[in-house]
Write a protein that binds this ligand. Sequence first.
Ligand SMILES: Nc1ncnc2c1ncn2[C@@H]1O[C@H](COP(=O)(O)OP(=O)(O)OP(=O)(O)O)[C@@H](O)[C@H]1O
Ligand SMILES: [Mg+2]
Length: 304
Amino acid sequence: MAADEAAIRTLDLGKRYGTSTALASLTMIVPRGQVFGFLGPNGSGKTTTVKLLLGLAAPTGGEAWVLGMPAGHRQTRRRVGYLPELFRYQAWLCAREVLALHCRLAELPRPSWPEEIDAALATVGLADRGTDRVATFSKGMQQRLGLAVALLGDPELVVLDEPTSALDPVGRHDTRTIIRELRDRGCAVFLNSHLLSEVEQVCDRVAVISRGRMIASGTIEELLGGDTVRLRLGGVDARVRAALERHGIRGEEDGWISVGGVDRESVPDLVAEVVSAGARVYAVEPAHQSLEDRFLALLQSENG
Ligand SMILES: Nc1ncnc2c1ncn2[C@@H]1O[C@H](COP(=O)(O)OP(=O)(O)OP(=O)(O)O)[C@@H](O)[C@H]1O
Ligand SMILES: [Mg+2]
């Protein structure tokens, strides 16, 4: 994919702070018009990556392009919406004033401001709070305002660093809807989040980083790798285990063995196989492997 076709492209992108490596050799492509989830434990380098992409920090290695231009390019900035991880808007301004300030910073034509601001406030559910001061906003309302700022000016890429950490379930649902609407109109979304069930619902692709290194990436389907079946078995000897291993054992917990790569149609075959290998079958449950399960397994194998 050529650089200008991707929303984001990085090549061996890295960031060191002194002797510690916050990000090492990140190479990835975020296609335009898709929702991309960027996952990793605390301190793994997600916010660092966002800062490098937006030109808020300088890389110590590699390169990054955003919307076809080198990361941080002035002209690209106005085509990108950004919700920072830790932000505080001026407490003495009202919501409309905060948004007007950002319209000015984005150099949007002044006559378009009222319409832009009305639309952004309505989208995030703050239409009736526009003239209230930020100081009177709850944490979740401030996060909604942050999202409104990111939506100004019809961006081609929106970068959201944990957009729902302070939101109630309705706010989270609304945010998923907003993200899908952005995608529907061709805007790419780069999303950092710890809320993996949300990521699973809304993202087309994900990348997982751990200690500054990418350890997995792909579509959600690729990452989850098909269905899982949980079995409760007796008489599990080497032969039974070999039969299970042919499908791939995904985990063992509380007497259940999870086997991967089995679609629903082939469950009876799997059962016949383990029975003929000598196992006694007490229970069989097709189980959906969640992104959270997969994420934890990836980190376990990385750290183990
Ligand atoms: N300005 C800085 N100076 C020194 N070290 C930093 C700086 N910013 C980040 N780091 C370090 O870089 C690493 C990655 O931090 P980063 O903020 O990117 O993590 P994160 O994945 O966003 O974590 P979280 O999920 O907690 O937001 C951490 O070890 C952090 O301590
Ligand atoms: Mg972070």
